[in-house]
Design a protein around this ligand. Structure first.
Ligand code: PXP
Length: 244
């Protein structure tokens, strides 16, 4: 299972002062040196953290794999077609949300999503869709020819905080297995941290995890390279949890 680090919150710190540091490009390089196998950023409509220039520079710097999360709008498609990241992950976006709140409703928006998936694939950009662990939604991803999905682990991480998570892990496991059978590549992410990772890291059908907030939060205390290494190690050996 690969680890892709979401570095949005490096840019959040920079934007808090509208300054030029810390630099997401330097952060991406450090994550890769520490063993990250991908870099993820979310180019939001409100540009609250990552800016267009960051994505351009990351495209030229990242040596593993650049995944850009974005809403399925014509503005974002144009930007993707210009910058050409390795992969675009289509996500829902609500103006005042603190973070992505759930998977895309692919059933409801299948017309627009099918068009956007085709435009991106025609531009030689790989496409993933962020969806809840729901087989009906996943079937629609396959129907509109999205080659990859990212399963939203947000419900699991909410349940984990309350101590009643096994049913949510079951849903993710079933969804991942079903998606693989449909021929989709399966990734997952949202809300994962150093304490809940072991439940997800054991799911064989998931190829990659996208993890942001917990790694950047830990990096503020122990440094980015150590934070990335510790997460990668936990994904390899899920039971060895570090102290809080
Ligand atoms: N995957 C998607 C689609 C997301 O929108 C986010 C948050 O930007 C993440 C993964 C990473 O979530 P977290 O920051 O909670 O690890």
């Amino acid at each position: 299972m690969r680890l892709a680090v979401n570095i949005d919150h490096i840019a959040t710190i920079r934007e808090a002062r509208k300054s030029d540091e810390p630099d997401p490009i330097a952060a991406a390089v450090l994550c890769e040196l520490a063993g990250a196998q991908g870099i993820t950023v979310h180019l939001r409509g409100d540009r609250r953290h990552i800016q267009d220039r960051d994505v351009e520079l990351l495209r030229r710097t990242v040596s593993t794999h650049l995944n850009v999360e974005m809403a399925a709008t014509s503005e974002m498609v144009r930007i993707a077609q210009t910058i050409k990241p390795h992969r675009v992950t289509l996500v829902p976006e609500r103006k005042d949300e603190l973070t992505t709140e759930g998977g895309l409703d692919v059933v409801l928006h299948s017309g627009n999503l099918e068009k956007v998936v085709r435009q991106l694939l025609d531009s030689a950009i790989d496409v993933s869709i962020f969806v809840d662990p729901d087989l009906e939604q996943i079937r629609h991803c396959s129907k509109i020819h999205a080659p990859k999905i990212e399963i939203n682990t947000g419900r699991f991480t909410d349940a984990w905080r309350l101590g009643n998570w096994p049913a949510e892990i079951e849903k993710i496991t079933t969804a991942a297995r079903g998606a693989r059978k449909m021929g989709l590549n399966v990734f997952a992410g949202h809300g994962l941290n150093y304490r809940n990772i072991d439940a997800i890291a054991g799911i064989a059908d998931i190829e990659e995890l996208n993890i942001g907030h917990s790694i950047i939060a830990r990096a503020a205390l122990v440094g980015l390279e150590r934070a990335v290494r510790e997460m990668a190690e936990l994904m390899r050996n899920p039971r060895r949890l570090p102290a809080r």
